[in-house]
Each structure stands twice: as C-alpha cells, then as structure tokens.
Design a protein around this ligand. Structure first.
Ligand SMILES: Nc1ncnc2c1ncn2[C@@H]1O[C@H](COP(=O)(O)OP(=O)(O)O)[C@@H](O)[C@H]1O
Ligand SMILES: [Mg+2]
Length: 315
C-alpha cells in the first residue's frame, strides 16, 4: 500500500513577452506526472539536465508552486498545505540537495544547524536535544567533535552526510534526494550511498532519488521513472528498466553509462551507435509531430512506456 500519491502533477512557468509583457507561452517543466510511494522503497527519477526532475521534487515538498494536480499524503489532500508550519507533511517529507553547502548557514555551527528541525518539530529539553544530535552524527559516521565546527570545515562528502543527519533528525517518512552525490568523487559517492541505504534499513524510510545518471541509481532504486521534457517516457521496476527497456530514450541513457571494463568497450560503442540510429529512424514511434512524449501505456502492472498507440489503449 502506498502512503503517498502524486496525481497528474503539472508545473508550468509562464513566458512573458511582447509590448504588453503578456504571457506568450509556457515552459512545461513538469507536464502530467503521476507517482506512488510505498514505505521503505527507493524511487529513482532520472533524466538529462532540464528534464524537470528538480522542479518535480521541489513541487512535491512545496518549494515550487503547482499549476495543477494533487498530492495525497496518508489519505489527505495536502496539495495546498505543503508548507504549513509544523504540519505532519512538513516534518515527514524532507529534502537533501546536490549542494549541501548552500543549504547550511555558513555562520552557524553544526550543532545549531542540526538542532533546527528538532526545535521545530520535537519538544525536547536542551540535554535531550544535544543527545539526539550526537546520535544523528553517529548514524552518519561522524563524531561529537563535529558539534562546534562550521560547515566550511568539512569536505563535500562529510557535508552531504551532515545534510542527511539533519534530514533524518525528526524521523521523516520520505526523503527527496536531488542529485545527492553528483558533486562528489566516485569513492565518496559510494560511501554516502551506503549511509543512505543503512539509514533506510534502520528507519524504513522511502527515497525519491533524483539523478541524471542511470548508473548511479542502479544499486539504489526499487522503481525507476525516466523523465524527458517534463514527462515520463518509461517507468518500471529496476529489472524492467535495466533488463527490458522499451523506450528509445531509456536506451539512450543506458548506453551513456560510463563503462569501466575495457573488454566490453568496443561492444558498447557498437551498441551506442545502434541506439543513436534507432533514435533518429524511429523517433515518430516515441514522440508525436510536435516532439512531445506520448501518454504512458501499461506493459505490466509495474512497467509503463510512452509510445505511439498508447492513447488508443493498445498497439
Ligand atoms: N523559475 C523558473 N522559471 C522558468 N523556467 C524554469 C524555472 N525553473 C526551472 N525552469 C525550467 O524548467 C525546466 C526543468 O528544470 P529542472 O526541473 O531544474 O530540470 P532538471 O532538474 O531535470 O535539470 C528547464 O527547462 C528549466 O529551464
Ligand atoms: Mg536538477
């Protein structure tokens, strides 16, 4: 059973122009996206830069205005109450960003930074608060020494872990992680991803994991949605996406995963060329005459793809 549903989410930005500065067009940043989240699961949201991933995440948490659509959380329509102070939604849904530095006040010590959500959402004594902060630092593999330091005294990977500590401070149900490891070195990426997994197992958290790289989400996600120009082109379980991709754009992203084994490199090059050729030759199957992605069609209970014929309910 899902605890949260996103129904037909749209975020359209007006483009103004002309002599009277009227709205001449819109950027369809998010254009009819639906999702469902279950407890303890990780959902990948993958697409190239500009496809609408961050806007989707920010719209869900309430940092971006929604043009239309609904967000249902534990049976309640919270669409217009996402930023209500001290609400359950505000406490239970947290976000971490690619650049944790900008999310932390540089003049505050780590103790203050992590205390913020605790003060907002939990009524605890100063002693209890400090105990909780130390416990959170421990969870992300850091010692008490961090308490009195400032954000700039930490490396990128450490800062990202501090961001995770703050996000989990009030036992959230769901964390929206927007490219949480994209700015980190490969070795540090693995470490932060492992912390995220450990915390998930311990607390039964769900993640919406945003990335431009299908390679990064591979070992994290139970379910993956591929986004292109504000719409989902394909959505399915990890197995369905990696072993049985249907949309040409999914294939394109898969063929772009960097390869570390030299023996398969030439093989991959050939495959990549074939994918590019298919992209050009068959694009009418995947995009309508305006270059727009077709509506999603069910291939199985979990696997959906946006291809020609979908709008008529079959191929
Ligand atoms: N405030 C805004 N006003 C107008 N257009 C925006 C705004 N924010 C984002 N966009 C546009 O919306 C699209 C999706 O952006 P974004 O969600 O940041 O993509 P992603 O996170 O996948 O890189 C892009 O074309 C971007 O230029
Ligand atoms: Mg983004």
């Amino acid at each position: 059973m899902s605890f949260m549903q996103i129904k037909d989410l749209n975020v359209h930005y007006p483009i103004r122009g002309g002599f009277f500065n009227t709205v001449v067009d819109h950027v369809y940043a998010v254009d009819g996206v639906s999702m469902e989240f279950e407890k303890g699961k990780t959902y990948g949201l993958v697409g190239e830069s500009g496809s609408g991933k961050s806007t989707t995440g920010k719209a869900i948490i309430g940092l971006e205005k929604i043009t239309s659509g609904q967000i249902i959380y534990e049976g309640q329509n919270v669409t217009n109450q996402r930023r209500k102070r001290n609400s359950a939604y505000n406490r239970d849904i947290q976000m971490i960003f690619q650049d944790s530095t900008s999310a932390m006040n540089p003049r505050k010590r780590i103790q203050e930074i992590i205390a913020e959500p605790i003060r907002n959402f939990m009524k605890v004594s100063p002693q209890e608060e400090k105990r909780r902060i130390i416990e959170l630092l421990e969870i992300v593999g850091m010692s008490e020494e961090a308490l009195l330091k400032y954000p700039h005294e930490f490396s990128g990977g450490q800062k990202q872990r501090l961001g995770i500590a703050r996000a989990v401070a009030c036992n959230p149900k769901m964390i929206i992680a927007d490219e949480p490891v994209s700015a980190l070195d490969l070795s540090v990426q693995a470490q932060v991803l492992n912390f995220m997994k450990d915390i998930q197992n311990e607390f039964g958290l769900s993640y919406l994991f945003i990335s431009h790289d299908l390679g990064v989400v591979r070992h994290m996600c139970d379910h993956i949605s591929i986004m292109y120009k504000g719409r989902f082109v394909e959505s399915g379980t990890r197995e369905e996406i990696y072993a049985n991709p249907q949309h040409v754009y999914t294939n394109r992203l898969l063929s772009a995963i960097p390869n570390i084994e030299p023996e398969t490199r030439d093989e991959r090059k050939v495959k990549r060329r074939a994918v590019e050729a298919a992209y050009k030759a068959d694009s009418h199957k995947y995009f309508d005459e305006n270059g727009k992605v077709y509506p999603l069609k069910d291939l199985s209970q979990t696997h959906k793809v946006a291809m020609m014929g979908a709008e008529r309910g079959g191929m």
